[in-house]
Design a protein around this ligand. Structure first.
Ligand code: NOJ
Ligand code: MG
Length: 503
């Protein structure tokens, strides 16, 4: 088995993780200084949100230079040092690759704007106005409004699936494909262990620019809400050729896709035949599901049934877009957060934790005048600084106003969420059943979810307000209520509690 199937990965938002130079912005040296925390926790790999130079209209997801480091975050040498120091602790480093679009400040786009014959014009998607002067088709930006902006000096519209300052690259152009081959190699040569690929499903757009169809009630509610189903603006079958090309080029490095498709039948093909496209494809149906057994179990069972042989699931509850599981799933209740973390760390598949998940961090409060996210559905609350101690840090780029839940206090408390997460990770590491054992749903009363892993490990979760009794018996290995660890399990599950049982 490979490190990324058996291990636990951890997402770091570099601006908010740790600030080494006191300028109010987290940085690469700050991450290096905190690697001991990740080693102590038992993390096998980290994914860094974009570290490249960017005007930060979308906080790094508008890249101005793919082969450099943003001066706020440090230098290429700092990145090399982070990779080397992480390596000494057995931790791999994944970069974030943003191939769908660049910043409008990128040299390619600046050149493309100089005229229809510019050398890099075809790096982007240009189209003539409709006869009435309107945009070429009905595509919508994910961030609102039309996905097209008219560039008056050259008389054509350019495509942007996100902000107007994030022009979409033209993946029908071989020159773009070659550029990205070079970018991948650049980072691999620096020791990067792979990439998380931003809006992986969106990079290829329909060559004929056909209109997206109107969404119906049969679509996921988030798609229906948006009005159009992104069938031609995104999710084109040709994206799989690009993924195969990257997989061939990547050797033993891994590709983790931000596959934001809210339909499992569309998600599965991103794994290709099992071993020729993505290694891991994030499952947003799971992220957006409620913390309700029937919903989560249904998604897990469908993945178990549909994934091709050789493909491997990935489970996550928090990220810099969807926010934090302690808020979204657990509404700030620590017992619910503990259940969710125990679940993530014991399902069959690779868990991704988001910085702060290990202390059950809820979303931070960001007063309206301090908000920085350009998207109306503000995402700042899930991006506030990591509370290492009980000192608030109101002067950081995003304020940390409440540090009452912090790493130092929890480290000193063996009953804390932090110790629960560490002990669950250690249990995974010690127990073949949890790392690689099969998943099987066991019978459970309404409100509970019980599953077996491998030969002799059972997980039982009560996601309800009432005490329940389940059939499983054995010895408690780890319980969300730590006083039960090591005791016989008689099937009793108090409200909002969970156990991993040997038996
Ligand atoms: C997905 C990223 O996770 C999100 O933060 C960003 O705004 C969009 N892609 C556009 O790059
Ligand atoms: Mg700094």
């Amino acid at each position: 088995m490979s490190w990324w199937r058996e291990g636990v990965l951890y997402q770091i938002y570099p601006r908010s993780f740790a600030d080494s130079d006191g300028d109010g912005i987290g940085d690469l040296r700050g991450i290096t200084a905190r690697l001991d925390h990740l080693e102590w926790l038992g993390i096998d790999g980290i994914w860094l949100n974009p570290t490249m130079p960017s005007p930060n209209h979308d906080w790094g997801y508008d890249v101005a230079d793919y082969c450099a480091v943003h001066p706020d975050l440090g230098t290429l040498e700092d990145l090399d040092e982070l990779v080397a120091e992480a390596g000494k602790r057995g931790i791999r480093v994944l970069q974030d690759l943003v191939p769908n679009h660049t910043s409008d400040r990128h040299a390619w786009f600046q050149d493309a704007l100089t005229g229809r014959d510019a050398a890099h014009r075809e790096h982007y998607v240009w189209a003539d106005p409709r006869p009435d002067g309107g945009p070429p088709n009905n595509w919508l930006s994910v961030f609102g409004g039309p996905a097209w902006t008219l560039h008056e000096p050259t008389g054509q519209y350019y495509l942007h699936n996100f902000l107007p300052s994030q022009p979409d690259l033209n993946w029908w152009n071989d020159a773009v494909r070659d550029e990205f081959d070079r970018i991948l190699r650049f980072w691999y040569e620096r020791g990067i262990a792979g990439f998380r690929i931003d809006v992986c499903h969106a990079i290829v757009n329909d060559r004929d620019l056909r209109d997206d169809p109107v969404a119906t009630e049969a679509d996921h509610p988030k798609v229906y809400e948006r009005g159009l189903r992104a069938e031609f603006s995104m999710n084109r079958p040709e994206v799989h050729d690009v993924l195969k090309r990257w997989r061939r080029l990547s050797g033993d490095r891994i590709l983790v896709g931000e596959t934001y498709v809210l339909d499992l039948d569309q998600l599965i093909p991103y794994y290709g035949a099992g071993e020729d496209q993505l290694h891991l494809a994030f499952n947003f149906l799971f992220v957006h599901a409620d913390l309700v057994p029937a919903e989560l179990r249904g998604i897990v069972e469908a993945i178990e049934e549909k994934l091709p042989a050789g493909a491997w699931p990935v489970w996550t509850g928090s990220n810099h877009d969807a926010g934090r599981l302690a808020t979204r799933w657990a509404a700030g209740h620590e017992d619910r957060t503990r259940c969710a973390l125990l679940m993530l760390l014991t399902l069959r598949g690779t868990p991704f934790l988001y910085y702060g998940d290990e202390i059950g961090l809820p979303e931070g409060e960001v007063p309206p005048e301090r908000r920085l996210d350009p998207v109306p559905d503000n995402r700042d609350g899930g991006r506030t600084p990591m509370p290492w101690t009980d000192d608030p840090a109101p002067a950081m780029w995003l304020p940390l106003l409440d540090a009452s839940r912090n790493v130092a206090d929890q480290r000193a408390d063996p009953g804390s969420v932090l110790h629960l997460v560490r002990d669950l990770i250690a249990l995974r590491r010690d127990r073949d059943d949890l790392r690689r054992g099969d998943y099987e749903t066991l019978p459970a009363p309404r409100g509970a979810w019980v599953w077996r892993r491998g030969e002799a490990t059972t997980v039982a979760v009560n996601l309800s307000d009432a005490p329940l009794t389940v059939e499983a018996r054995g010895t408690v290995l780890i319980a969300t209520d730590r006083s039960r660890d090591g005791t016989p399990f008689d099937g009793a599950l108090p409200a909002w509690s969970a156990v991993v049982v040997d038996g």
